[in-house]
Ligand binder design. Structure first.
Ligand code: NAD
Ligand code: MN
Length: 476
């Protein structure tokens, strides 16, 4: 297999200015398999300057129809390379191959959606005063910095690049240091598809090494970040220097609420994947479960049985549902949470251990009797761990659901339509699903309340976030 392992700048592959490289480790085998160039501060500066030149020199003023045509071609070329992209993703983060194929497909779909969105996106004419004519223009901003995490490397790279490009910006994209391959490949394929060189620059490397330079660069007009709340805070602080716009998609501790009147058997059968999918490394993971007391015991039994049936194993196999964690460091972090749960006397209904000695595997783990001030209840674990608790009345449950600094996602299960609508309004969360767990739709805005973030990815909302609004008044 060929690995795209350099910076992708100005339409071609380049080594880093100081030749530095970072070794990637296959999470399923713990073996290093490729070394990837790591951008330096001077690479960041060069990438931003030539992105700015590419924006000013043509991309900004390209006819919308032409921009759409190019993005449609990018979507098609991504689809044609689905298997290659999926294998790269599997290799670098241990993602089960079936899932990786779906996610590569989603990346194509995102480019297609925003290619189409171009023709539906524009300003308004407004009734001001008498006489004159007032209208708004939606204008591109310039160079957008996109900073992407390692849990969904390709889809999130596409979520940011596609709407920013569709709105007429240039993009400098930094993937996470452990998962650069699919983003680099996306950059290469986009140019193959006809995107002008320099308009989409891919800078693999370490966030701590180049993050500040990227965020504070005077030619960066907006930073679109997905990652931890901790780094999100730092980016917002740094961005305040130049009043650089930010959108932040951050952590979560999302609830999954099951009322006794629901089809709770279906909820029990399907909820394990709402938290354990991607081995729990999902900002939307429904990691706090609230189950109405009259069905609690039956629900837990059925949920645990469904969890034990999940196929954990080699991500290269089509049948695998859960692969290893993406890194040894992330597994260590999660195991510290489990040690805390043990020390506090929580009950492990299943899981808690390493299912095999090779690879960064961790069993899907179901915790009961977790105290409301325990770390496993309050903090984002970002691993295959769920805590389940019973509840007695709706109002108290909603208070407990909202007693969290986070507010990203969540599910609720009930057959009572009025209750579904009432509770949906009261939960502080950017995204909710009723009687299912689907929270991500290309067409719909995605993002968080409170410390889960600021701004929205996806939908027309994301495209709007990559523009400035100019108001023009013409006297008559
Ligand atoms: P992270 O914050 O450690 O890293 C995210 C990105 O930021 C990486 O590219 C990293 O290299 C970069 N970075 C690190 N330090 C930086 C700095 N000082 N300046 C600029 N960039 C820097 O997050 P992670 O560990 O990659 O991802 C896990 C986190 O992401 C979890 O908290 C998860 O909930 C969150 N996440 C959120 C969403 C969402 O849409 N809300 C989606 C996926 C992941
Ligand atoms: Mn991290």
């Amino acid at each position: 297999m060929n690995f795209p392992n350099d910076l992708f700048l100005d339409g071609g592959y380049r080594a880093a200015a100081d030749g530095r490289r970072i070794a990637l480790v296959d999470p399923a085998t713990e073996e290093p398999f490729v070394e990837v160039a790591a951008a330096t501060v001077s690479d960041v500066d060069g990438a931003i300057r030539s992105a700015h030149a590419a924006w000013e020199g043509g991309w900004r003023d390209l006819a919308p129809g032409k921009r759409a045509e190019i993005l449609y071609r990018v979507a098609r070329v991504l689809r044609e390379h689905n298997e290659e992209l999926a294998q790269l993703e599997r290799r670098q983060v241990g993602k089960p191959i079936a899932e990786a194929r779906d996610e590569a497909g989603l990346a194509g779909r995102v480019f297609e959606y925003y290619a189409g969105a171009i023709s539906q996106f524009g300003g308004q004419t407004l009734p001001v005063g008498r006489g004159g004519f007032d209208f708004t223009l939606k204008q591109s901003m310039g160079v957008v910095a996109a900073i992407v995490p390692w849990n969904f490397p390709l889809p999130i790279a596409a979520w940011k690049a596609a709407p920013a490009l569709a709105a007429g910006n240039a993009v400098v994209l930094k993937p996470a240091s452990i998962s650069p391959l699919t983003a680099i490949k996306m950059g290469e394929l986009a140019v193959k598809a006809g995107l002008p060189p320099g308009v989409l620059q891919i800078l693999p490397g370490s966030g701590s090494a180049v993050g500040d330079a990227l965020v504070t660069h005077p030619l960066i007009r907006k930073v679109s970040f997905t990652g931890s709340t901790e780094i999100g805070r730092r980016i917002m602080e740094l961005a305040s220097r130049n009043l650089t716009r930010v959108s932040l998609e951050l952590g979560g501790k999302s609830p999954n609420v099951v009322f006794a009147d629901a089809d709770w058997e279906k909820a029990a059968d399907t909820s394990p994947m709402s938290v354990f999918a991607n081995t729990g490394q999902d900002c939307c993971a429904r990691s706090r479960m609230f189950v109405e007391r009259s069905v609690y015991a039956g629900f837990v039994e059925r949920f645990v049985a469904a969890t034990k049936k999940l196929v954990v194993g080699d991500p290269a196999l089509d049948s695998t549902q859960l692969g290893p964690m993406a890194s040894g460091a992330q597994r260590t972090t999660v195991e510290a949470f489990l040690a805390d749960a043990r020390a506090r006397g929580s009950k492990f209904a299943t899981g808690g251990g390493r299912p095999q000695s090779r690879g960064f595997y961790l069993e899907p783990t179901v915790l009961l009797d977790v105290g409301s001030s325990d770390r496993c209840w309050r903090e984002e674990i970002f691993g295959p761990v769920v805590a389940i608790t019973p509840f007695d009345d709706e109002a108290t449950m909603i208070r407990e659901v909202n007693d969290s600094p986070y507010g990203l996602s969540g599910s609720l299960w009930t057959r009572d339509l009025s209750r579904a609508l009432r509770v949906s309004r009261l939960i502080e969360s950017g995204v909710l699903s009723v009687n299912c767990h689907n929270s991500v739709h290309v067409e719909a805005p995605f993002g968080g309340y409170k410390t889960s973030g600021l701004g929205r990815d996806l939908g027309m909302a994301a495209m709007d976030g990559y523009t400035e609004t100019k108001n023009v008044y013409v006297a008559s």
